[in-house]
Ligand binder design. Structure first.
Ligand SMILES: CC(C)(COP(=O)(O)OP(=O)(O)OC[C@H]1O[C@@H](n2cnc3c(N)ncnc32)[C@H](O)[C@@H]1OP(=O)(O)O)[C@@H](O)C(=O)NCCC(=O)NCCS
Length: 162
């Protein structure tokens, strides 16, 4: 079975100031465009489950409805490029901590810092709201694992009882 570590970012540490141009909070009306980004982002990756756009939209809607813990709407963030959704980060609360439920960048816009920018913007928003840690789960073989480590996430034991 795939190794899927649980990672936590300490929000007490200094976070670099992020350029927030083109970044905004997602609305319900953005979910279809986010589903498109999600479908394309996972295609051919270690986490590709063959989801089509309809399945991705259903997943996002169920995340918005609380399937992965209560959503934290201030941290449902999008980055736009030439009027289209290029990347998104979606956080919920899971096991008492803010949790990155989705981090996706359309392949056309990958490697340009959107993922880093959105994650660090969400972290900054959460810290301003009094949160102390941000958590996530990632497949070890997913290149995003390296990205999270570079940002400062560290591996900790999974929460008890999960
Ligand atoms: C993970 C993901 C959101 C990163 O988005 P991004 O906007 O490309 O992120 P950044 O530009 O800030 O950082 C890119 C990092 O990935 C590497 N990378 C990934 N795809 C790349 C690409 N197409 N071109 C260049 N670099 C790429 C970069 O080298 C960099 O790695 P580093 O931090 O070790 O130097 C994106 O690759 C993605 O959507 N992946 C598929 C969905 C997924 O698995 N999400 C994570 C689930 S836990």
């Amino acid at each position: 079975m795939e190794s899927r570590p649980y990672l936590v970012l300490d929000l007490g540490r200094p976070l670099p100031e992020m350029d927030r141009s083109g970044v905004r909070v997602a609305r319900d009306a953005d979910l279809p465009a986010m589903a498109e980004v999600m479908t394309e982002a996972y295609r051919g990756t270690v986490d590709d489950e063959g989801e089509d756009r309809a399945a991705a939209l259903a997943e996002l809607r169920s995340t918005a409805a609380g399937t992965h813990g209560p959503p934290l709407p201030d941290t449902w963030l999008l980055a736009e490029e030439v009027g289209e959704v290029a990347a998104a980060v979606v956080c919920t609360r899971w096991q008492g901590l803010p949790f990155v439920a989705q981090a996706i960048t359309h392949p056309r816009w990958q490697g340009r810092g959107h993922g880093t920018r959105l994650l660090l913007t969400a972290a900054t928003v959460l810290r301003a709201g009094g949160e102390t840690r941000l958590s996530l789960i990632v497949t070890r073989r997913n290149p995003a694992h390296g990205l999270y480590r570079r940002i400062g996430f560290t591996e900790v034991p999974w929460p008890e009882g999960t």
